[in-house]
Design a protein around this ligand. Sequence first.
Ligand code: NI
Length: 189
Amino acid sequence: MATREIIEAPDARLKVVSDPVTRFDDELKALVADMFETMYDAPGIGLAAIQVGVPLRVLVIDLQPDDEDAEPELCHSHGGHEHYHQPTRREPRVFINPEILDPSEEHAIYNEGCLSVPEIYAEVERPARIRARWQDADGKLHEEEMDGLMATCLQHEIDHLEGILFIDHLSRLKRNMALKKLEKLRKAA
Ligand code: NI
């Protein structure tokens, strides 16, 4: 596993429409592992493969932040050596070739951000509930109803597969302001 470099706006690669995954092989599993490591390292709650320069319909999501304030737990389970684990509430989820079915007419607004648009946040309105269909890393098909942050996050990530960023949902004025702010932050860094 390794972290990969995250591409940032306005890089043209972020506008690419990603291709469906057809081979559920070790290369795919290695990509997924690297994407999780990159996302946790950033840290972020979602990452699309195109954000690390791979134009495939692969997403990773984990809405649970690490619980850094939690008390370390004493662990006896490894050959009798006592040691401590930092408990985490990680809930890693992989979505290959995801699709949205039945978006609700009711909308929800979240203050969104994106690892490819660092330090910029803006309110985006999306369907509040969806049914999602996707494959896991073994190619098995899944379907699930989603709402709340999970529904919003999956829609944000699926947008990446179509070459769409959350700032593309804003008015042109707000989008240009966001891109200018990003350029300023980059120059200052
Ligand atoms: Ni994003």
